[in-house]
Design a protein around this ligand. Structure first.
Ligand code: ZN
Length: 187
């Protein structure tokens, strides 16, 4: 379906039943979850969690990467701080996924030599490579380690560590296997 046909269909078929909800949301948003996931087109956060508009505050980028605070990645940093300090979300989910192209690139950094911006971006997770057994690690191992690293980076934000220490915020690491619908919850 083209995008414009989709908008028409949404307005004629879905929106009427949701109008009241959107009117309510005009007053403001109070999502409980900051959901950080990959830009991959196969991931649909609201579909997989069956959430409604107003429930997820979302950051998406290639590889669901959270650069350490203070490294100049203001898009991610400012959005995290808005979610924590202003919206006061109760939970941050970092959701990686199966068959992730960004993590595939991370695990083969030399394959990105012709794509320097992408190499520099996924290279922000290069610490993952030090944590993997080089010969036996699978893509899924890399995907999990990548999620764990982003949770560690999140804890380097003073707002995040303070809220976690005060039991006002939970951090969760997920891997979504879109081909089966299964979500793996990491420790
Ligand atoms: Zn991905």
């Amino acid at each position: 379906m083209t995008l414009s046909a989709g908008i028409e269909k949404f307005n004629s078929e879905r929106f009427p039943a949701m109008e009241e909800k959107f009117r309510e949301l005009e007053k403001g948003q109070s999502p409980e979850t900051l959901f950080i996931t990959c830009s991959d087109s196969r991931i649909d956060p609201s579909l997989m969690t069956q959430t409604e508009p107003g429930e997820l505050f979302v950051i998406r980028n290639a590889g669901n990467i959270v650069p350490k605070p203070g490294t100049g990645e203001l898009s991610v940093e400012a959005t995290i701080l808005y979610a924590i300090d202003v919206l006061k979300v109760k939970r941050v989910v970092v959701c990686g996924h199966s068959h992730c192209g960004a993590v595939t690139g991370l695990m083969n950094l030399d394959s990105l030599n012709e794509l320097p911006e992408i190499k520099a971006w996924v290279g922000k997770s290069a610490e993952v490579l030090d944590r993997l057994e080089s010969d036996t690690s699978t893509l899924n191992d890399g995907i999990k380690e990548n999620v764990k690293l982003q949770l560690e980076h999140l804890l380097e934000f003073p707002s995040v560590s303070k809220a976690v220490a005060a039991n006002e915020l939970e951090l969760e690491g997920w891997v979504y296997h879109f081909e089966s619908g299964r979500v793996e919850f990491l420790d």
